[in-house]
Design a binder for this molecule. Structure first.
Ligand SMILES: [Fe+2]
Ligand SMILES: [Fe+2]
Length: 237
């Protein structure tokens, strides 16, 4: 399976656009989140030789503008796509998906989205005092497992623990996405990086809202197993 970062806070492949947000494409068929800017997202897709025509579905991690911002353009380019959202993600998001020409589908824990692709379902969290449930995507192939997160508002460690109840992580090949440690002090980031040691993750790719202290701490604690990503980053599972 090919996992491609289409849109991110950082640029990995020169010439591509970046902005606040995150969007990942799996095998040209499943889009996870849509970044903050749909026209930049579609331009990056085209520059990477990908097309929204080949998409089979969209999965939205949570109802924040930097993950839903490109929905209008994606659904405009490929009307009728199923968009998988948590049942508690918000009526406004559901209505927007319908307005943009998509078909909202509610997820549940452990639900399969497509071949080799599942969701954790909504995991409870709050953001600035309001509920902000979030789902992560789980990929499994040939005994390898990857987890891709949007912002990790429930906490990335908690999300792994919840996913571990639903899926077998043997081995835990890849953890990629936003970890939301951007307000952490260097010491807090080191402590959080230490807490991830127990999961024996082969490759960690912290990006989007993870923050610089996160990258520094993870690279120190998980030596040789942490990669920087950005728009155009690609890896295989
Ligand atoms: Fe985010
Ligand atoms: Fe968020």
């Amino acid at each position: 399976m090919t996992i491609t970062v289409l849109y991110d806070n950082y640029v990995f492949r020169p010439g591509l656009s970046s902005g606040w947000g995150f969007s990942v494409l799996v095998d040209d068929r499943i889009l996870f989140d849509t970044g903050e800017n749909g026209s930049d997202l579609l331009r990056n897709m085209e520059a990477l030789g990908r097309s929204p025509d080949r998409l089979e579905a969209v999965v939205i991690s949570h109802n924040h503008w930097d993950h839903t911002g490109g929905l209008k353009e994606v659904l405009g380019a490929h009307p009728g796509l199923n968009v998988y959202i948590g049942p508690d993600t918000g009526e406004d998001l559901k209505e927007s998906i319908i307005t943009y020409g998509g078909s909202p589908k509610h997820t549940e824990p452990g639900m399969q989205i497509a071949e080799n692709i599942w969701t954790t379902g909504s995991i409870k969290a709050s953001y600035k005092g309001s509920p902000m449930p979030e789902q992560a995507m789980v990929l499994q192939k040939n005994g390898k497992t990857a987890m891709i997160t949007g912002c990790s508002h429930p906490g990335v460690k908690h999300m792994i623990e919840e996913a571990s109840k639903l899926f077998s992580f043997s081995p835990f090949t890849l953890l990629m996405g936003g970890f939301h440690w951007r307000d952490f002090s260097p010491q807090q980031a080191e402590d959080a990086a230490e807490e991830l040691q127990q999961f024996h993750i082969e490759t960690i790719v912290p990006t989007h809202c993870s923050g610089k202290p996160a990258l520094t701490a993870l690279k120190k604690i998980h030596k040789g197993r942490v990669l920087s990503a950005g728009s155009g980053f690609e890896t295989e599972l």
